[in-house]
Write a protein that binds this ligand. Structure first.
Ligand code: NCD
Length: 312
């Protein structure tokens, strides 16, 4: 089926992968996010009477709090847990049973889980829409939307840009979603990672099929004068099969203020956060270090997303 023949609505739909979204739907999410950011008061009743369940099986600061704040700023309520040890999971309840319960209590479920595939599974169990808040090393679609919204705000466009992804491209779910989503635009990618943490093969194959130009490299400094944005990620320590594998790559890259002297003018330094040691703290006050703005934008993008799926 032709993409443009599909029904253009997000009402009642799941968001499991960015590949579930058409470009027009992404643009619509960005446009509403901008309106909400300009006049949040006008959207304070959009989720009145709605209850959103947040089931967070992994530690999270930004994703959980920005989703919860987004719901509350639009007049809705949240239930759920941020530590599965305080739920019946600790008594041995399986994911399907927990999801069935949340499904019967709420109007939408946001799930963050350490295992890949769990969000898709939950969406098959639940009647209400499910948003994937991050599924293992797989995807993190709402993060990709807020990353793109940030690029759009900062650069005024998503086209004609050359974007480098730096760090853990193997286990980092945010870069997987962002690569898939940006592939719909006129972008060039540079993937820079330790050999053990190269970008996943299936994503490279997908980019080849879509004829999206990309390069794999290990030389960051040479790239800095060429790129429009540098998206840095944390090494996903918790996803490594063995601690010794993590030790091999630990601390293998760091963006410093000194290094950025050679960067192209206006080059964005991005990061989904949390940062450990991959961006030096003295980079934070550079005008193009946008990671905290990125996190703030996240709340508006999530408000827009929830309004599209659940709003009146
Ligand atoms: C990321 C995640 O959870 O995948 N964080 C986030 O959502 N902002 C990145 C990470 O944990 O490194």
């Amino acid at each position: 089926m032709q993409v443009f023949e599909l029904e253009f609505t997000l009402q009642g739909r799941d968001l499991i992968s960015v590949r579930d979204l058409q470009v027009e739907e992404m643009i619509s999410i960005f446009e509403l996010a901008k309106e909400i950011q300009e006049s949040p008061q006008e959207y304070s009743e959009v989720l009145r009477g709605k209850i959103v369940a947040v089931a967070f099986y992994e530690p999270s600061t930004r994703t959980r709090l920005s989703f919860e704040t987004a719901v509350k700023r639009m007049g809705g309520n949240t239930v759920g847990f941020s530590d599965p040890r305080t739920s019946s999971v600790a008594k041995g309840e399986c994911l399907a049973d927990s999801i069935r319960m949340l499904d019967s209590y709420s109007d939408l479920i946001i799930l963050l889980h350490p295992l890949e595939g769990t969000a898709r599974f939950a969406s098959e169990v639940a009647e209400v829409p499910v948003i994937n808040g991050g599924s293992g090393a797989g995807e993190h679609p709402s993060q990709a939307l807020l990353d793109m919204y940030t690029i759009l705000r900062e650069k005024g466009t998503l086209d004609g840009l050359r974007i480098a992804f730096v760090g853990d491209l193997r286990y980092g779910r945010t870069v997987h979603s962002l690569a898939y989503a940006l592939a719909n635009f006129d972008v060039t990618f540079d993937f820079l990672a330790p050999p053990e943490l190269r970008m996943r093969r299936e994503i490279l194959e997908d980019l080849k099929q879509k004829k999206v130009p990309f390069r794999e490299t290990t030389e960051l400094e040479a790239l800095l004068p060429e790129i429009d944005a540098c998206y840095v990620t944390r090494i996903q320590k918790e996803r490594f099969p063995a601690p010794s594998d993590y030790e091999k790559v630990r601390g293998s890259y760091q963006i410093t203020r000194e290094m950025l002297r050679g960067a192209k003018e206006g080059m964005l330094v991005m990061h989904p956060l949390p940062r450990v040691d991959e961006i030096a703290f003295d980079v934070d006050d550079l005008p193009n270090a946008v990671y905290f703005r990125q996190a703030k934008n996240g709340m508006f993008v999530r408000m827009s997303l929830l309004a599209h799926i659940l709003g009146k």
